[in-house]
Design a protein around this ligand. Structure first.
Ligand code: PRT
Ligand code: ZN
Length: 210
């Protein structure tokens, strides 16, 4: 029997819940903090601990058979993978936000404006669909400070509580995409017996929680 690999976030917002859901499936593994790979004692599975940005590609290329990652990261990566199950954590919304005193009320007012983001692909698709021609400034983090520094007229970022926007004098303008953590697998692995077994266990953990 082939040992499957599942890729989960090494550290960050999705790590704890990803580990928890696998443990709740009855999988026995340990020492994941000090090692980048952990063997499951009671299931033919290895767990790879990665940066979340790398997970879609690992699964697309079949280096990992399964993965747990935010939908936003999968779409931004343009990865060709199969969605098995939304997991109900890591929920957030990707929003365009503007300064509190901004007079922007219509999408068309973003024409010719600069928008700072770490999600240029998702943003470009949304702007194109809405016939908006704006300049996208690709920044790897802390995009919320862009408007205050005069770097951009708007930002496009992940929002959960809205506290970060507020603290930086910004207000939500348009909701572009809702996201949550999802279980994915490589194309062609959907009917694999162990993939199905693991998916069923995850689904019963989720049902027990509901
Ligand atoms: O190190 P690695 O690359 O693995 O992690 P990372 O730093 O890239 O990602 P991480 O751990 O911050 O987030 C992982 C995933 O969690 C994201 O891809 C989303 O799918 C999901 N998620 C859910 C969030 C948030 N909520 C969230 N609030 N990701 C980021 N944020 C940030 C956001 O960027 C903004 O700066 O939190 C801030 C806003 O939060 P609020 O509550 O103030 O609105
Ligand atoms: Zn990341």
């Amino acid at each position: 029997m082939k040992t499957l690999k599942i890729a989960i976030q090494k550290s960050g917002r999705l790590n704890e819940k990803s580990v928890e859901i696998l443990k709740n499936c009855g999988l026995s593994f340990e020492n994941y903090k000090s090692s980048l790979i952990a063997s499951v004692a009671n299931f033919p599975l290895e767990i790879l601990f990665l940066r979340d940005d790398d997970i879609p590609e690992y699964v697309q290329d079949g280096i990992a058979d399964l993965g747990i990652v935010g939908e936003n990261v999968i779409i931004e990566a343009g990865a060709d993978v199969s969605y098995l199950q939304p997991l109900g954590f890591g929920k957030c919304t990707l929003k365009i936000a503007v300064q509190n005193n901004s007079n922007i009320t219509e999408l068309s007012q973003l024409n010719g404006k600069a928008i700072a983001t770490s999600y240029p692909i998702i943003l470009q698709k949304y702007l194109s669909e809405n016939n908006v021609d704006a300049q996208i400034r690709n920044i790897s983090g802390s995009v919320e400070i862009g408007p205050g520094l005069g770097l951009s007229d708007a930002i496009f970022d992940i929002v959960s509580t809205g506290g970060t926007l507020k603290n930086n004098g910004l207000k939500p303008f348009k909701n572009v995409m809702d996201s949550q953590a999802v279980l994915i697998c490589s194309k062609g692995m959907e009917q694999n017996a162990e993939v199905l077994e693991l998916m069923q266990r995850i689904q019963s953990v989720l049902r027990a929680k509901a």
